[in-house]
Design a binder for this molecule. Structure first.
Ligand code: KIV
Ligand code: ZN
Length: 392
């Protein structure tokens, strides 16, 4: 294991951000190099452990962007992606070698579906290519990650053999992707457990997970992975990525923070207070809007709409709030006023804007509020001021 892996505490979950690589593979999300640099600076502020900056061999522009990020960003490891081909590995190394902490990330598919359809090779040939190319990468860089693409659909005993062999060849992190988002949490957890128990040299590397969201299970599968021994999670901001995307970093990290009793001391080093601004930045730069009800960073994630919820929330936040909006960098929860709002929420908003009506005035205001809310759907502070004036 490299020093970079060795020095991290046993219980720390490494956050490997791939917003700039897998995230940028989202249809329509292309970023310019200066936009990628802006995001990389923000990821460093968030304190991610690894930034996968791009795929250097894929284009001269990508090479230059990875090189610039490697030259400027300090703190996180900077990884460049490479297929298991010498020209890719050379390009990845040339792009990341200026980094304080460089990593070469090389991958090849290991499932029979991919081996037969894409490569028309045998398992044995794939094993040899993987091993040889990890050996090449390790001759250049002391931090090498190997990914067994489509591991989720790979025959487990073949996968164990691949993992063992690439670790022997010098891989310091071995990533187990559910490339097509096909697995179910229990199944994916068992796959990781199988690796932890059947690969004799598994203690010589960090096992990583990389889950896609085709069935909406990317975060749940990643959690099953870490509960069964994985210590690195690959994820993206807002869950962007190929097709339905990758595991959303903000969801995974907040799950660990909010429900620590299920994680036996496991933690991340993420500064969660930067999540909201990071989410907004990635959304603005990629033009991929965040759905309103998106967990953690959606605009409704801390908005309580119904009268019953607003009343409960005003009596005690814990009734309907499982995490504080301040933890992700918001100033507080929202209680939007609309047709379903109750008297308590209307009075609380009046107080917030400096109006303290008598009980009699409050009856008149609330009656007029209900009529107006039916027409307008959303009542703003100016509407309340107008209703108060009428009730005087
Ligand atoms: O989904 C996948 O398998 C990948 C690999 C390149 C890690 O993105
Ligand atoms: Zn992926």
């Amino acid at each position: 294991m490299t020093d970079q892996n060795k020095h991290l505490p046993e219980n720390q979950i490494r956050i490997f951000d791939t917003t700039l690589r897998d995230g940028e593979q989202s249809a329509g999300a292309a970023l310019t190099n200066s936009e990628k640099m802006q995001i990389a600076r923000q990821l460093a502020k968030l304190n991610v452990d690894v930034i996968e900056a791009g795929f250097p061999f894929s284009s001269p522009g990508d090479f230059e962007s990875v090189r610039q990020i490697a030259a400027e960003i300090e703190g996180p490891i900077i990884a460049g992606l490479a297929r298991t081909m010498p020209e890719d590995i050379n390009a990845a190394w040339d792009a990341v070698k200026v980094a304080k902490k460089p990593r070469i990330h090389t991958f090849i598919a290991t499932s029979d579906i991919h081996i037969q359809a894409k490569f028309k090779k045998t398992r044995e040939e794939i094993l040899n290519v993987a091993t040889d190319m990890v050996t090449l990468a390790a001759s250049k860089c002391s931090d090498v990650e190997f990914s067994a693409e489509d591991a989720g659909r790979t025959e487990p005993f073949f996968l164990y053999k691949v993992v063992e062999s690439v670790i022997d060849a010098g891989a310091t992190t071995v990533n187990i992707p559910d490339t097509v988002g096909y697995t179910i949490p229990d199944e994916f957890g068992r796959l990781i457990k199988g690796i932890m128990t059947n690969v004799p040299n598994v203690d010589q590397a960090i096992i990583s997970v990389h889950c896609h969201n085709d069935l909406g299970l990317a975060v749940a599968n990643s959690i099953a992975g870490i509960q069964n021994g994985a210590r690195q999670v690959e994820c993206t901001i807002n869950g962007i990525g190929e097709r339905a995307g990758n595991a959303a970093m903000e969801e995974l990290v907040m799950a660990l923070k909010v429900r620590p009793q299920y994680f036996e001391g496991l933690y991340t080093n993420i500064t969660t207070e930067h999540f909201y601004e990071t989410s907004q930045m990635v959304s603005d730069l990629t033009s991929l809007t965040v759905q309103h009800n998106k967990a953690v960073v959606g605009s409704n994630a801390f908005a309580h709409e119904s009268g019953i919820h607003q009343d409960g929330f005003l009596k005690g936040r814990d009734t309907y709030e499982i995490m504080r909006p301040e933890w992700i960098g918001l100033s507080g929860a929202k209680l939007p006023l609309g047709p379903r709002s109750g008297r308590a929420a209307v009075r609380a908003r009046l107080t917030r804007i400096g109006i303290e009506p008598t009980n009699e005035q409050m009856i008149a205001i609330f009656e007029a509020f209900k009529k107006l809310a039916d027409e307008k759907k959303r009542i703003e502070d100016d509407d309340l001021k107008m209703l108060y004036k009428k009730a005087l």
